[in-house]
Design a protein around this ligand. Structure first.
Ligand SMILES: NC(=O)c1ccc[n+]([C@@H]2O[C@H](COP(=O)([O-])OP(=O)(O)OC[C@H]3O[C@@H](n4cnc5c(N)ncnc54)[C@H](OP(=O)(O)O)[C@@H]3O)[C@@H](O)[C@H]2O)c1
Length: 248
């Protein structure tokens, strides 16, 4: 198959690209760094020529409104995709995004899901939990001098390599026309233990302070709303195994 991976240079997209190539698919990467701007809509029509399926693993970067970003990206993919005769659009989304949609990032993912459903190309929504790499991102981006904040809450993190394989699995199948079962990791963790585990495994120092985030997102993190559903399909690599691979 010819598969286009939008966001194919990102954390999840790069893994989907690697898996698709290993399986012998012909892969096209859609990203600004490969000459395709999906917000502006430039380069996309040419890049989608002959494509059977698109995987959308784009993510908003910097201070950009997530809803505007994902609506624009989806409009580019569905518009040019329909013209090119694309038969399947697989969209990477987040488990529980509808339960904390007042949080801008999750509201953007929900808007992306709705725009995909209205976009006219047969589709599958692939919701996954946080990647193990969340621990590294939280360590870096929630630092206040020597202190590192981590939200109180429950998660079931998944290996990003397995997310990449999941996206390609779904692209190879018939479109669901809705959501695939949630995809998460094999074990429940707390965000706080993940960030502390990352600090220790990476040989870093500094206190990790648990913080109860306010509002809908904080509640959803604490009450388990962001855990995969009862019919979820689960990956194999645990967070502890991911940490082991980090240790020198
Ligand atoms: N991180 C998690 O734990 C997690 C869990 C579940 C779902 N998700 C969702 O999965 C998606 C991917 O996450 P990620 O962490 O893999 O993202 P990421 O590493 O930040 O990658 C984002 C990708 O989007 C591309 N991109 C950004 N703006 C673009 C534009 N205007 N035109 C074309 N491409 C553009 C980037 O490439 P260029 O910079 O080259 O354009 C890059 O390839 C996100 O929507 C995220 O919400 C994330």
């Amino acid at each position: 198959m010819r598969i286009a991976v939008a966001g194919g240079t990102g954390q999840a997209g790069a893994q989907a690209v690697a898996v698709a190539k290993e399986r012998g698919h012909d892969v096209v990467v859609l990203a600004r760094s490969t000459g395709v701007d999906l917000v502006a809509g430039t380069g996309v029509a040419h890049a989608l020529e002959g494509v059977d399926a698109i995987v959308d693993a784009t993510g908003v970067q910097g201070k950009v409104d997530p809803t505007g970003f994902h609506k624009a990206v989806t409009a580019s993919l569905t518009g040019a995709g329909a013209t090119a005769g694309v038969r399947h659009l697989v969209v990477l989304s987040i488990v529980g995004c509808d339960r904390a949609a007042s949080f801008a990032l999750y509201g953007g993912k929900l808007a992306q899901e709705h725009a995909t459903a209205a976009g006219g190309i047969p589709f599958t929504i692939a919701r996954t939990t946080q990647f193990h790499e969340f621990a590294r991102q939280a360590w870096k981006f929630a630092a206040f001098g020597p202190l590192h904040a981590a939200p109180r809450g429950r998660t079931q993190p998944v290996a990003v390599r397995e997310v990449g394989a999941r996206l390609v699995d779904l692209a190879e199948r018939e479109p669901i026309g809705g959501r695939a079962p949630d995809f998460g990791g094999p074990r429940e963790e707390t965000f706080v233990d993940m960030v502390r585990g990352y600090r220790d495994a990476a040989g870093l120092r500094g206190p990790v302070i648990p913080v109860s985030l306010p509002g809908e997102l904080g509640r959803a993190q604490r009450d388990g709303s962001l855990l995969p559903g009862a019919d979820a399909e689960l990956g194999v690599q645990t967070f502890a195994e991911w940490l082991t691979a980090l240790r020198p």
